[in-house]
Every structure is written in C-alpha cells, then in structure tokens.
Design a protein around this ligand. Structure first.
Ligand SMILES: *Cc1c(COP(=O)(O)O)cnc(C)c1O
Length: 389
C-alpha cells in the first residue's frame, strides 16, 4: 500500500482486526474496558481518555497520511496546539512565528505569553533572511509556520526554514491545514511536527471539530501521548469514526477543490473589478515557484482584493448564492468571507493594514460543486455590484 488513495481507504483499517470482519471500523462508545484478572491487559484498553480502539485506528491512519510514525487526534485544532505547546515549551520559552498565522493560534500564543512569560516574535517568513535574523537573534525553542497561510496565502519555504531552525536547535512546527496531507508533506521536507485543524479538509464536510498532530520524534510522541491523556482534550469515538469515513475521499476531494480553485483564480484575475488575486497556483503569485517545489497541488483556498470600498465587498459576498457566507473552510461546499469583518475582525485595524489584510480582501474556500455553477454565481454577483456602482 504505497499510494495515497489506497492508504486513505484501507490504511489502518483491516477488517480481520475485528470480531466479525466489519469492512467499516466499528464505533467503540465504551468509556471503560473490562478484564478477566486484575493483572491482565491483553487488549490494552483501560479508559477511553487514555486510549480508545476507534481513535487508535484514526490516529494510525492520520500518521499514514503524513508518512509519520506517530499520529494523535484531539477535540479541535486548538486543543492539538495547546497540547503541543505544553509538550514543547516551558516558562520563559520563545517562539518565532510567521506573521500571517491563523488568528486562533495567535490568540493562544498571547495567552501563553501572558501566563508563562513566553516571548513570541512574528516575522514575515516568506523571506528566509528575515527568518534567519529572528532565529539567530532570539534562539527560540519553536519555529512555527503556516503555509499556505490564512488569509494571505503566503508561501514559506519549509526546507529552508528547517535548515535555519535546526542550526539553532529549534523545532519546526508546520500548520498544514490549508494544503492537507494530499498536497504537502512537511515531515518529508524536514519539519519536526505537523498540525492540522482536521475540522477543515480532513473532515471535509463541516460536521466535525477535530485536530491532529503528526510527528516522527519518538520521545516527543511519548510526551504528547502522556499530555493528551493528562490534559484530556481527546477526540470522541464517534467523531473519530466520522473522520475515518471522511479520509477515504480526501484525495478525491482535494483534486476537485484544486481544479475548481485554479479556474476561479484565473477567472478572477481577468476581471476588471478585481485588484489582485492571491492563489499560489497563479504564476504571478510571489510564492509560486516555492509552492511548485514543495507542494503537489495548490489546494482550494484563495483570496482576492476587490476594487472599491468595504461596502462593495459586502454587496459582492451577499449577492453570492451558491457560495455561502460563513467562516471556516475546507468543506465540500463553497464558502466566502470578508476577513476584516469576520475571521480577522479581532486583529487591530493598524496591524491588519500592515499585514496586507485590506477592507476589500475576500477569502474563498472553493468547494467541489460543478465549476459552471460557481463561475455563474460569481459572475452574477459582479453584475449586481456593477449595477449598484
Ligand atoms: C481552523 C484553523 C485552526 C484551528 O482549528 P480548530 O479545529 O478550529 O480548533 C488552526 N489553524 C488553521 C490554519 C485553521 O484554519
């Protein structure tokens, strides 16, 4: 079993592992597990926070997706990140991070920095000389990158970041949510830890909140397993089962997400009302060459800036019918949002402008509907906008 779709379907799910040869892994709802004698532990299960047979299958499958030794499932992406920070940092530690991180990650860093006197240094890591300067300066425990990033679709060179970080003995964490394991495998590029909000592409149906961590370092894996049980932010058996089901179509879904996103990015770039399109698949994207090198596809997320003002962006997104106006991403359904009013409203205006998140920046999570319907929807919204002008 070498190829991704076969792994996604059969990986870690052998029907002969269970009593009746179930083709579909059963949901083990039991919280506790009985044994014959006090000293016996032949099946190895004691209590579901520590380990659960359904979650175990999922964790093995998650590891396979990233070509990792170790996979762990949590109740959300943020739960995964919290556990990871607890495992890798101590009071007074330093993190060097990409400036365009997911907002919730920045909030979590802020909490840790206030409570435990940690130092967080944000850099535009698309320039490796920036990154190098910061890493040399502060000698961090962690270098945290997200590529492609949210919402500006910045691309960070993973291999080069790893080289810079490892020179100073820092661990490299890559939030791989936007690419999914189908299009990018940071561990194979030298990264130490991969984080996913499995709520997004890995679930793909906007019906499970989940997070995952994949890594190869055995010692860190042991620490993570200990803390997963100790902190208790585990994924439930039922949600683990839903993800096992979701993952079977992940490679298929990602292909269609990318195909649709590429066509929509091209359409938008040719439109008079669009100032610029941010999609790593476009040759004019500043990270295109790096993306081509380290990804096998450009995924389904894109952002673009509308000409005009905030109210025009509002008119546009409200005119869309097939694209639903909502936060989150990575599901089969197309979603649209305005970062300055929605996902990134908590970032102060000044900081937003410095980062390049303008008022008319619109983010799309392109779904797997028929492309013609998505293009019609966008074209109709532009007509409505033109009429109002
Ligand atoms: C959503 C998201 C998270 C947080 O994950 P939750 O499952 O919502 O807790 C982290 N990183 C990125 C890039 C995300 O999009």
């Amino acid at each position: 079993m070498k190829h991704l779709s076969t792994k996604a379907i059969h990986g870690a799910e052998d029907p002969m592992d269970n009593q009746y040869g179930d083709i579909v892994t059963p949901i083990h709802m039991s919280v506790t597990f009985a044994k014959e004698r006090i000293t016996e532990t032949e099946h190895g299960y004691i209590y579901s926070r520590t380990a659960n047979p359904t979650r175990d299958k999922l964790e093995s499958k998650l590891a396979m997706l990233e070509d990792a030794e170790c996979g762990l499932a949590f109740s959300s992406g943020m739960a995964a990140e919290t556990t990871l920070l607890m495992a890798t940092l101590s009071s007074g530690s330093t993190i060097v991070a990409l400036d365009d991180l997911y907002g919730g990650t920045k909030r979590l860093f802020r909490i840790f920095s206030e409570k435990f006197k940690m130092k967080i240094v944000y850099v535009d890591a698309t320039s490796t000389s920036n990154l190098k300067k910061a890493v040399k300066n502060v000698n961090p425990e962690l270098v945290w990158i997200e590529t492609p990033s949210n919402p500006l679709l910045k691309i960070v060179d993973i291999r080069e970041s790893v080289e810079i970080a490892h020179e100073e003995n820092a661990l490299v964490v890559v939030d791989n949510t936007f690419a999914s394991p189908v299009f990018q495998k940071p561990l194979l590029l030298g990264a130490d830890v991969v984080v996913h909000s499995a709520t997004k592409y890995i679930s793909g149906h906007s019906d499970v909140l989940a997070g995952s961590i994949m890594l190869n370092n055995r010692e860190l894996c042991g620490k993570m397993k200990f803390l997963q049980n100790a902190l208790g932010a585990v994924l439930s058996a039922h949600d683990s089962w839903l993800l096992l089901r979701s993952i079977k179509t992940l490679p298929l879904r990602m292909k269609k997400h990318e195909e649709n996103a590429m066509k929509i990015a091209e359409y938008l770039s040719s439109h008079d009302l669009v100032k610029r399109v941010l999609y790593p698949g476009l040759t004019e994207h500043p990270g295109h060459e790096i993306a081509k090198r380290q990804m096998t596809g450009f995924s389904g997320m894109l952002s673009f800036e509308l000409r005009g003002r905030l109210k025009d962006a509002v008119t546009f997104v409200e005119a869309l019918k097939v694209f639903k106006l909502a936060e989150s991403l990575g599901g089969v359904e197309s979603l649209v949002e305005i970062p300055s009013l929605m996902t990134h409203a908590s970032v102060p205006r000044e900081e937003r402008e410095k980062l390049g998140i303008s008022d008319t920046l619109i983010r799309m999570s392109v779904g797997i509907e028929d492309l013609e319907d998505l293009l019609d929807d966008i074209s109709n919204a532009f007509h409505k906008l033109n009429k109002q002008k």
